[in-house]
Design a protein around this ligand. Structure first.
Ligand SMILES: [Fe+2]
Length: 309
């Protein structure tokens, strides 16, 4: 089985991988793909004790950890790990069971063709906030955006596969998907525009990204991941709930089953760790469309889509 999740940020957002239900589900020989901002290769000088402990932690899991790079990685150090050919594409070997899936590659894993292209523009440091001089080489690197050669390599490798893959794994998404998630607050760049072109010219089953720190499905078979763990091919809406990782935000419209009936409404309250007798998932208060009634403590597993039909 191949599992996917979003940013881990060098331990800041790793709690999802310590979830007991996930650890029980995962089997020897499985794969976990992190959609960028792995963040465990971060210190600009060397692999410090904390990084070493975490990388060893990943190396000791039943699954093999695979990640595309995001924008929060120490690129000069990442590039220094030994490079090798693996399952049809190029990787950096971080540990025996921890691999960086390099940019512009097509891998074949468990019979699935997977195109990878990491990278993204930072929005919290560097040129975006006008402090690149202070942080360059320490916590921001220009390599966060792929080079033209890496982008071209991706095009060539896709061509070799007749522009058809099963899955696409990236950190940021196409310009239009980014706009759907973030409006004008995130600027388009050469990479989001490249993905926009791919979205309309490549045949794929599903596209998974990270970067925007939310868990949501977008039109065109795209899912944006943060704290949810999906089986490859799955959507966020169909994935198993994890306590502390609600997939909805206040104001989201959602439909749900309640005592054999279907209702639709707007999320007005969120209890990420559950409430009353529900301890294994988020629950929600939902204001029904008549705006007179609020149904309390709706389990996340009882929600679905935007319409009862
Ligand atoms: Fe991130």
């Amino acid at each position: 089985m191949i599992y996917l999740t979003g940013d881990t940020h060098g331990g800041i957002d790793v709690r999802k991988l310590l979830d007991k239900k996930f650890l029980k589900r995962v089997k020897e020989g499985d794969y976990l793909i992190i959609c960028g901002d792995f963040g465990f290769i971060w210190d600009y000088k060397k692999e410090k004790r904390k990084e070493k402990e975490w990388l060893d932690f990943f190396n000791n899991q039943k699954y093999t950890t695979l990640f595309v790079d995001g924008n929060h990685e120490c690129f000069p150090r990442l590039m220094q790990y030994p490079q090798k050919q693996w399952n049809g594409g190029k990787i950096h070997v971080i540990r025996e069971k921890v691999f960086h899936l390099m940019r512009g590659q097509v891998f074949e894993i468990e019979g699935q063709k997977i195109f990878t292209m990491g990278g993204a523009s930072s929005h919290d440091r560097g040129p975006a906030v006008g402090n690149e001089k202070k942080v360059i080489g320490k916590s921001w690197w220009p390599e966060e955006i792929p080079s033209q050669d890496e982008l071209n390599e991706g095009i060539e490798n896709l061509k070799r596969n007749e522009n058809k893959v099963d899955y696409i794994i990236t950190h940021c998404l196409s310009s239009s998907d980014q706009y759907e998630l973030k409006g004008d607050s995130f600027k388009t760049d050469i990479l989001t525009e490249y993905f926009e072109t791919l979205k309309h010219s490549i045949s794929y089953l599903h596209w998974y990204g990270g970067h925007y720190h939310t868990n949501t499905d977008l039109s065109g078979n795209v899912s944006e991941l943060y704290n949810r763990i999906l089986e490859i091919g799955e959507t966020v809406a169909a994935s198993q709930p994890i306590p502390g990782t609600p997939i909805y935000q206040k104001g989201d419209r959602v439909c749900f089953h309640n005592q054999g009936n279907c209702y639709c409404g707007t999320i007005v309250g969120i209890y990420p760790w559950g409430k009353s007798d529900v301890k294994d998932q988020a629950v929600y208060d939902i204001s029904l469309d008549d705006q007179q009634t609020i149904i309390h403590y709706v389990k996340e597993e009882d929600t679905f889509g935007y319409s009862c039909v």
